[in-house]
Each structure stands twice: as structure tokens, then as C-alpha cells.
Design a protein around this ligand. Structure first.
Ligand code: ME8
Length: 519
């Protein structure tokens, strides 16, 4: 049986510096979405990578007195390492300097040219190096410092060059039709509305080549031009599916199901990208999701302020699953969010150490002591038993529909409601009291608790994969019975089967004492 395919991507990061928490956030969230579909039985292809061309890379390299290629080669491995440290389950990591990517970029260029959508002209305008964008005069402002600034507050300079143009203006109506006929194309809804009104206000043709530097993909047939970085960058999503080879083993993954990106690059993804694809005669991705930005205690992170958070240090300090859980639970995915030490400690101690960790610890150590280290005997189920078992099924349904909308926080909340309810169940049934009055009933309560923990463990895998695996291991759940299909009763724990010695899953975060930390 062929499984349904699911293709999901992150944006590709500029490796002009070290990876920061924003990059980590996007990768973790996309990893959760990918793992969720995998556990739900789909054949998933998950792509991430680095965007190595363009003037930003060139300028940073010049400042460091090295070539752009050296800069890319120095930093791209740090992004690969971050993917490992974050336990990202990406199936490929693309670097836009790779041969396969140059080929794909030139192929899409040729397809757009053959369609008659590319022409040679000359471009002059107010160019912001930082935004990599030209602005019209009325979008800029000459300030008192004598410098002209663009709409994003970055300095602009007058640039004149020969340039190829893409007939973006010809796609205005087609794009508006797209947003209308496929309302889920851009998420969340606020982003969709912004984009639609921007496109309605009119689109100008887009300058898509540069002659002022040669760091980029050469334009086929006119090698003094290199492609504008966004033409090549967006094409990375096709490159990884083997484009233009229709027989490539991954060809069938196109079109992508979801491009997960930050809100600052929604325009590139929901205006330029579908227009390029329409021009090249290729199917469009099904959805673009623009997530929010992470701030440090409400402040924008920047190198000059010195409040940039290093994802490696964060994971080292709090633990990987704690960081994954915190970022996805605390911030509704799609909105901006803030990071602080207090928030991460409160969140992970309350939900992971207390609710989930303690429930597993208490119930499994009771089983080890009172049920000879085996899955307890299941007697007749009471209404309370049935209700808590059914909650896990309901959580799967809620999570499924939330994950289709990338509402990761809602999916996670549904799973942790089961954890909270299981704690109430355990406390209410008082198995420690039943031990004396009704040992058979005690076993049933412990059985139900262990079985609910099995279901919670399966549901938690996409979010906190290492800890969920630990939980499933101490319940002796076989490796090949951990998908959502195995949530059902048919795969329930079997009374009498042996369990390993329980181990704690989540240590509590304990603040270092002031004196100790200082010494
Ligand atoms: O934009 N919080 O690369 P990039 C959350 N190369 N997300 C953040 C963030 C923050 N503080 N800062 C950045 C690029 N991001 C291009 C993409 S895709 C064909 C080319 C997100 O390294 C940002 O929104 O500047 C983007 O999605 C990703 O990190 C990479 O940003």
C-alpha cells in the first residue's frame, strides 16, 4: 500500500552568523509537524538548509576578510549541528551552493524565460542592501542625518544596473484568484489578509538579476548576471525533490504540503514563489505558514544589544525536551512570543516534572512494588476508567485538526489535558488506599493509569521525542508499536507482561544557589 506523502520545509537560514533561537524555534516547530504526520502514518519528507548566496553573505565575508564561500563553509556546519542537537528529524539538508541546486535554479529560470516572463531591462532605484530590496522614492525618507531610509528603517542607496526582470505584474489577478479560491494558502489568517491587500494595491515587475557581484547562481545564457538571491533561495524547495528530473525518487513529493517560515518573509513566499511556479508551469505548494517572532523578555534580540540567545547553550542548560516543550506550549504558533528564564522553569517544572514525570514515577513505582514488576491485572472497567482511556482518543482527534492548521500549541494542550486529567484520576482513585481494601481494584486502577501513560507517551513523541521514548521504554512498548495507529485498544498493555525497572523521566529544574553560581 502506498502511503500518503507529506512534504514540509523550514525557511533556509542565512549562514552569515551563528544560528540563533529564532532559527531553532522554526526548526523545532517544523520538526514537530513532520514527526506528527510520520506518527500518523504518512510518508514524510522534511527539508531544512542554508541560503548561502546574496549580498548579505558577501558583505559579512568582506568584513571578516574571507570569501563568501569560506564564510558559508564555516557556518553551514553549525546549522547542521544545530539540527542534530535539537533532534530534528529532517530527511535532507540543502545548501544552496550545491551543484544540484544550481541546476534546479537554472532550470526554473529557463522555464520562466520560455514562458516569456523574463526580459532584460535596466534598473535604477533606491536599494536597501539589508533588505535586499529596491524601493520607490515615495517609500523612502531622507532623515535629518542626511541618510535616506527605506520603509523598514534601513539605509538605501541609489543603484543603477542592467537587470533581468520577471513579469510579476502579469500575475496580480492570478495571485488574487489563488488567495480567493484556496483560502488556506496563507496562514495564519491575519497574514493572508495583509498579503491580499498588498497584492490588490498593485505589483511591479521584479528585478531578478544582479551584475554588481558574482556570488550567486549564474543566469543561463548570460553569465555576467547572477540570479537575485530570492529566485535561487525559493527554488531550494524544488531542488530537494530532484527538479527538473521527473524520475527522481523524490519527485512525487512536489508540491509541498507546507512551507513553515517567519512572518517577515511571507511576501516572498506567498507572492513571488507562487508567481514563479505558475510561470514555470509547476504545481503550487498547498500552504505557507508564517510564524511569529521570538523576543528576549519582550525585547527584540540583536547582536548589538547583546541579548541574542544561543540555542546550544539553552539546550545545554535546560535540556532539549524542556526547550522544545516550552517553545511550543508557551507561544501560540503564529503569534510573537517571549522567552525568559522564569517562564521556562515554571512551565517545565509544572507540566513536565510535576504532572507527567510524577504521574509516571508514582504509578510505575507502585506497580514495581505491588504487581511484581509486571503490567497489573485489568479487572472490569468502571465509568471513570473508561472515561480517562477515551480521553486519549479525543486528544488525537483534536491534535490532528490543530496540526493541519499548524496550531501546535493547541495540539500540545490537548495532550497535556489528558496528563492533567490522568493525575486527577489517579488521585481520586487512591490506589494506595485500595491496596488494603480492594487489591484487585488497585490493580485495575494501576493498569488503567499505565495504559493511559502508554497513550500519552505515543501522543507526546512528536513534541518531546526523547522523553516520550523513555516513557514508552519503561512501559515495555515495542518499537514497532508506537505510531498513532497503535493508540487503539488492540495494542493495549497486556496484564502480566514484564516491565523494566522504572526510571525518572523529567528531573525538576533546581535553581543554582546564588553563592554557588557565583563561585
Ligand atoms: O530569511 N524569531 O534567512 P534568516 C522567530 N534566507 N523566527 C525568526 C527570528 C526570530 N527572532 N529571526 C529569524 C532568511 N527568524 C532567508 C530565507 S527561504 C527561501 C530564505 C526566522 O536566516 C525567519 O523569519 O534571516 C526565517 O523564517 C528563518 O528564521 C531564517 O531567517
Amino acid at each position: 500500500m502506498t502511503r500518503e506523502k507529506f512534504y514540509i520545509t523550514t525557511a533556509i537560514s542565512y549562514p552569515n552568523g551563528d544560528p540563533h533561537i529564532g532559527h531553532a524555534y522554526e526548526l523545532i516547530a517544523t520538526d514537530v509537524l513532520a514527526r506528527f504526520q510520520r506518527a500518523d502514518g504518512k510518508e514524510v519528507f522534511f527539508l531544512t538548509g542554508t541560503d548561502e548566496h546574496g549580498i548579505k553573505m558577501l558583505q559579512t565575508a568582506r568584513k571578516q576578510d574571507i570569501s563568501a564561500r569560506e564564510l558559508a563553509d564555516r557556518n553551514a556546519p553549525k546549522f547542521q549541528q544545530m539540527a542534530q542537537v535539537l533532534n530534528a528529524s529532517n530527511d535532507d539538508f540543502i545548501r544552496t551552493t550545491e551543484e544540484r541546486h544550481h541546476k534546479a535554479s537554472q532550470a526554473i529560470w529557463k522555464a520562466m524565460a520560455e514562458k516569456g516572463d523574463i526580459y532584460l531591462g535596466s534598473y535604477s532605484g533606491w536599494y536597501s542592501v539589508r533588505d535586499e530590496a529596491y524601493y520607490s522614492e515615495d517609500e523612502t525618507e531622507l532623515r535629518e542625518d542626511g541618510i535616506r531610509y527605506g520603509p523598514q528603517g534601513t539605509p538605501v542607496e541609489w543603484v543603477e544596473e542592467e537587470s533581468y526582470f520577471f513579469k510579476l505584474s502579469a500575475y496580480q489577478d492570478k495571485l488574487l484568484d489563488l488567495y480567493e479560491s484556496q483560502p488556506d494558502f496563507i496562514g495564519p489568517v491575519e497574514r493572508r489578509n495583509e498579503i491580499a491587500s498588498f497584492v490588490k494595491s498593485g505589483l511591479r515587475d521584479l528585478s531578478i538579476s544582479r551584475t554588481t557581484f558574482d556570488w550567486g547562481v549564474p543566469v543561463p545564457g548570460d553569465e555576467k548576471h547572477v540570479m537575485y538571491v530570492w529566485v535561487d533561495a525559493l527554488t531550494n524547495y524544488l531542488t530537494a525533490t530532484g527538479y527538473p528530473d521527473p524520475d527522481h525518487p523524490r519527485a512525487e513529493f512536489w508540491p509541498a504540503d507546507c512551507h513553515v517560515i517567519g512572518k517577515d518573509i511571507t511576501r516572498f513566499h506567498s507572492i513571488y514563489w507562487p508567481a514563479f511556479l505558475m510561470s514555470a508551469g509547476l504545481p503550487l505548494p498547498k500552504r505557507i505558514f508564517g510564524h511569529g517572532f521570538l523576543f528576549n523578555k519582550g525585547e527584540k534580540m540583536s547582536k548589538s544589544v547583546g541579548n541574542v540567545i544561543d540555542p546550544f547553550a539553552l539546550v545545554d542548560h535546560y535540556g532539549l525536551d524542556q526547550v522544545r516543550y516550552f517553545l511550543l506550549r508557551e507561544v501560540p504558533f503564529g503569534q510573537d512570543g517571549s522567552y525568559s528564564h522564569e517562564a521556562i522553569v515554571n512551565r517545565t517544572n509544572a507540566d513536565l516534572a510535576n504532572d507527567l514525570g510524577n504521574l509516571a514515577q508514582r504509578s510505575l513505582s507502585m506497580i514495581a512494588k505491588n504487581c511484581a514488576g509486571a503490567v497489573p491485572q485489568k479487572g472490569e472497567l468502571s465509568d471513570a476508567d473508561k472515561a480517562i482511556l477515551a480521553m486519549a482518543d479525543k486528544a488525537l482527534e483534536t491534535a490532528r485538526s490543530a496540526m493541519l492548521r499548524q496550531a501546535i500549541h493547541q495540539a500540545l494542550a490537548a495532550v497535556f489535558e489528558v496528563v492533567a486529567e490522568a493525575n486527577r484520576y489517579f488521585a481520586g482513585q487512591e490506589p494506595w488506599a485500595l491496596k488494603k481494601t480492594d487489591p484487585a481494584r488497585m490493580e485495575t486502577v494501576l493498569y488503567v493509569t499505565a495504559e493511559v501513560l502508554r497513550r500519552i507517551g505515543i501522543l507526546c513523541q512528536p513534541f518531546i521525542p526523547d522523553s516520550a521514548a523513555k516513557l514508552l521504554n519503561i512501559l515495555a512498548v515495542p518499537d514497532n508499536q508506537r505510531d498513532f495507529a497503535h493508540l487503539s485498544e488492540n495494542y493495549a498493555l497486556e496484564s502480566g507482561s514484564a516491565l523494566p525497572k522504572p526510571e525518572p523521566i523529567f528531573p525538576r529544574y533546581v535553581e543554582e544557589e546564588a553563592g554557588k553560581a557565583a563561585s
